[in-house]
Every structure is written in C-alpha cells, then in structure tokens.
Write a protein that binds this ligand. Sequence first.
Ligand code: HEM
Length: 147
Amino acid sequence: MARFRKHGLAGAVAAALLLAGCGGPQPLYDRVGGFATMSHIGDSLVVDIGRDPVLMRRFKGFSVADIQRQRTANVVFACELAGGPCRYRGLSMERIHRGMDIDDDEFDRMLALFAAAAKRASPDPGAADELTARFAGLRSAVVTHSK
Ligand code: HEM
C-alpha cells in the first residue's frame, strides 16, 4: 500500500513536470517568425548580394534559374538551421564551398547581410541574433582561404 502511494506521488510529479514542459521556451524557428522570416531572408540575400561587388564576383554568370535555386537552397538551409521543419538535402557546406577559396572578409560580408536581413524580417530581434549566431558558427566550414 505504501509502495502504491509512493508510485502515485511519483506519477503526479512526472505529470507536473510534463505539464511544465509544455509551457517551456518556444523553438527558435517559431520565435524568429517561421517560414515567412526565412522567405524574407532569402529575398534580401538575393538583392543585397547583388549590391555587393565583392560577393557578386562569386555569382558572376548566374542565370535567373541559378539565382532562384540558390535562393531556395538558402531558405531551406536557414529554416533547418533555425530548427524548423525543412530538411536541406544538398551538399554539405564544406563540399559546396571547397575549392572556392572563400576568405574571412567574404564570410563577414555575407554574415553582415544575413544579420541585417534577419533583423528586418523577424518580429523578435533577440531571436534574429540567435539565428545569426548559428550562421556565424559555419565559418570554418565555408572559409578555406588562410592568410
Ligand atoms: C554561413 C555562410 C554560408 C552559407 C550557410 C551558405 C549556403 C550555401 C548553400 C545552401 C548553397 C547551395 C546552393 C544550391 O544548392 O544551389 C551555397 C552555394 C554557394 N555559395 Fe554559399 N553559403 C555561405 C557562405 C558563402 C560565402 C561567404 C560565399 C562567397 C562569397 C558563398 C558562395 C557560394 C556560391 C558561389 C555558391 C554556388 C555554388 C554553385 O552553384 O556552384 N557562400 N551556399
């Protein structure tokens, strides 16, 4: 009987913990504004990279279809990076950028565009910064040029 009561108490505690869990912090993807935010970031990057002559050197000769593919890949990638439901199925960041000899300056420019786009698109500036920090964490996978 005492044993029964003990389990009853344990069950109640477990249920309380579970309920408390339901009110836990929202995932970054939701806080940052979900797919609408990803989509805005994708659009901004297309426009802003086009205005940056240093970054643009890398995308010379891209057709409209190439740009659209790039935009979609960036949106899906950012969505997954935020912990959203999308699954990026392209090559790894290392494989795609290997051989491009990308340097820290290029990465910083891309990061600044991403940070500004995320801030503009998201209703939550703190969440935008968190997403940008995840993007920044990819530096070593993208930058292969050592000075
Ligand atoms: C965290 C930083 C970065 C992320 C997350 C990222 C993400 C991506 C993704 C997802 C693709 C694949 C597009 C596709 O499948 O069509 C891609 C391709 C590409 N990225 Fe990045 N990128 C980053 C930084 C950079 C930087 C700094 C540059 C150079 C300025 C760059 C230049 C390129 C180019 C030229 C391609 C096209 C490759 C091709 O189609 O042959 N990326 N990137």
